[in-house]
Design a binder for this molecule. Structure first.
Ligand code: GLC
Ligand code: CA
Length: 578
């Protein structure tokens, strides 16, 4: 371990402001949240119309998916102007009004910044294409082909094609870690760093409260671009050469120094392929890089390592192992953001719960889980209603997101694989599951739009919608509100230690959350069948005088405190121990 990290670890200097830790973040996927003008696309004024709903949830921060101008091939993750709102979403005046409305309700507004790549339609890239001596050429990463023709190396992008695309007129290849129309910026170039820092400064200067930094740990590449050995991997095979790359910490410290440190904000880095030590380096406060890393591992629990579109069944013990690592073994002062679903993923209740017979109950159990884990929780819009995957998608034409479409094309058209098999994989995992419009009501447009929605609305809006849950004290929505309130009232649920118990139980997930003042016990049945559990005797003793804070069945308290107890499918219990 580096000396600097050691020093940071042993530092006694405590942060006085740890507000980034105590946030509860609500992800708004703007396009699908609420449409104010009937064009079928969610927008800023639509968010404004729902501001009281958001405030009533009790969240302390909202993270907006990208709203900058973009050709939308990757829905805003392909930026053409870092300082302009996409006209589909509204105007700068709308944005200012929204920001003020959030602040009036003590809610922080976190923006998305995409620093690794721009759109190929960005004016910088258009300039770069004009010639090898254009001043913008070096904003991107160009290399001649390899000696035997072909691209400079054998890396594949996260869409599965080569990471390099040839540009006929100038005779060189450019690097794209994602799609070919998302060319990677060259972070070695100080002007690029200045541009991105300038853009971030622009939004922070307006009073926004921080950023989710997209793909935060891929900015620095091994500039010798060696071939990768990971030739069996379909997507992102060059990862070993750019994840947590050689200059990444320097770049993040520069961002912090020049921009973040000048504002009372917080930053969340999206980062996969990180181990404990990496997250410690990124987030230990004394190192002055990011405030937290969004922990991606739980949400990838079903992914096969060589091909993210192939699934493996998950087991509770894997989930426990993941959580032990990130909630118990991580250095106390390092920090993660916790989520079980986001806009890149299927819906939480559909992969970790049971979205048919036990939908409501399993959605509730998962909300209790997310809200009692250490870390900063991020919940995805609609999760608070128990929204499910889009099981009605049936053909490739139902899919709008580029990664699924690219995989289908690669496997079927180029590699000649069986279209049915590939379609099945894509229907199961595509990112549109979490991007179908919010289900506000059971109307034709689900209260989301009066026009034709950009993506189909889930027909289960009839049973799952905010209007109906609003009035039902036992709804998923009202449980989520209670859990958020509980977490805010008891910082132990955020900052306290995490101590797993009954680690070998196949279906029951139980843990203690403790600090000097309080001690909480959480017991969850992750199974669709009733399950028997016997708590260790010392806990049973403590339970006999405990309070049921949030329980699916209060009458079980006695049984749990006495001996073996039978818990219903997806039962949940949060006890405050005395
Ligand atoms: C991140 C985003 C994802 C996007 C990708 C490329 O993983 O969350 O939506 O497609 O980066 O920017
Ligand atoms: Ca609209």
């Amino acid at each position: 371990m580096s000396k600097q990290l050691d020093a940071a670890r042993s530092s006694k200097q405590l942060q006085t402001d740890m507000h980034w830790k105590e946030n509860i973040v609500y992800e708004i996927y703007v396009r699908s949240f609420n449409d104010s003008n009937g064009d079928g696309i969610g927008d800023l004024r639509g968010i404004l119309d729902k501001i009281d709903y958001i405030a009533d949830l009790g969240v302390t921060a909202v993270w907006l998916s990208p709203i900058f101008d973009s050709p939308n091939r990757d829905y805003g993750y392909d930026v053409i102007d870092y300082r302009k709102i996409h006209p589909e979403y509204g105007t700068m005046e709308d944005f200012d009004e929204l920001l003020q409305a959030f602040h009036e309700r003590d809610i922080r507004l976190i923006m998305e910044i995409v620093p690794n790549h721009t759109s190929s339609d960005h004016p910088w890239f258009r300039e770069a294409l004009k010639g090898t001596d254009n001043p913008y050429r070096d904003y991107y990463i160009w290399r001649p082909g390899s000696e035997n023709g072909g691209p400079p190396n054998n890396w594949t992008s996260f869409l599965g094609d080569s990471s390099w695309k040839y540009h006929e007129e100038t005779g060189e290849y450019y690097l794209h870690t994602y799609a070919w129309h998302q060319p990677d910026l060259n972070w070695e170039n100080p002007r690029v760093r200045e541009e991105i820092c300038g853009a971030m400064d622009f939004w922070l200067g307006k009073g926004t409260d921080g950023f989710r930094v997209d793909t935060a740990n891929v900015l620095s590449k091994d500039m010798s671009f060696p071939d990768t050995d990971e030739t069996k991997r379909i997507q992102g095979s060059g990862e070993p050469f750019y994840k947590n790359g050689p200059r990444i910490h320097e770049y993040l410290r520069e961002m912090r120094e020049k921009v973040f440190s000048r504002y009372p904000i917080f930053t969340m880095g999206e980062a996969s392929q990180v181990e404990l030590e990496d997250v410690e380096k990124y987030t230990l406060p004394d190192r002055r890089e990011l405030d937290l890393i969004l922990m991606i591992e739980a949400s990838k629990i079903c992914d096969e390592s060589n091909d993210m579109w192939q699934s493996k069944p998950w087991e509770l013990r894997h989930m426990k192992d993941i959580m032990r690592k990130w909630l118990k073994d991580l250095h106390d002062e390092a920090w993660i953001g916790m989520y079980l679903s986001n806009h890149d993923h299927v819906r939480m209740v559909s992969y970790l719960g049971d979205d048919e017979e036990h939908r409501e109950q399993s959605a509730k159990m998962l909300s209790v889980f997310l809200m009692t884990l250490r870390g900063t929780p991020n919940l995805l819009q609609g999760e608070e209603l128990g929204m499910t995957n889009a099981h009605f998608f049936s053909t490739i034409d139902d899919i709008k997101e580029q990664q699924a479409l690219a995989y289908y094309k690669l496997m079927v058209d180029e590699r000649g694989e069986d279209p049915e098999t590939i379609l099945r994989r894509v229907l199961k995992k595509n990112r549109d599951h979490s991007r179908t419009p919010m289900q506000w009501t059971d109307d034709a447009g689900a209260g989301f739009t009066t026009g034709k929605p950009w993506q189909r609305i889930n027909p289960n809006k009839l049973e799952i919608n905010a209007a109906q849950q609003e009035n039902d004290p036992d709804s998923v929505l009202n449980l989520y509100r209670r859990m958020i309130r509980l977490r805010r009232d008891h910082p132990v649920l955020t900052l306290g230690t995490y101590e797993p118990i009954l680690d070998d139980h196949e279906h029951i997930y139980a843990y203690l959350r403790e600090n000097d003042e309080e001690s909480w016990l959480v017991v969850l049945n992750f199974s669709r069948t009733p399950t028997q559990v016997e708590l260790p005797s010392d806990l049973r003793d403590r339970l006999s005088e405990a309070d049921c804070a949030v329980c699916s069945d209060e009458s079980k308290l006695q049984a749990l405190s006495q001996g073996p107890a039978d818990l219903d499918a997806y039962a949940y219990f949060v006890f405050k121990l005395n």
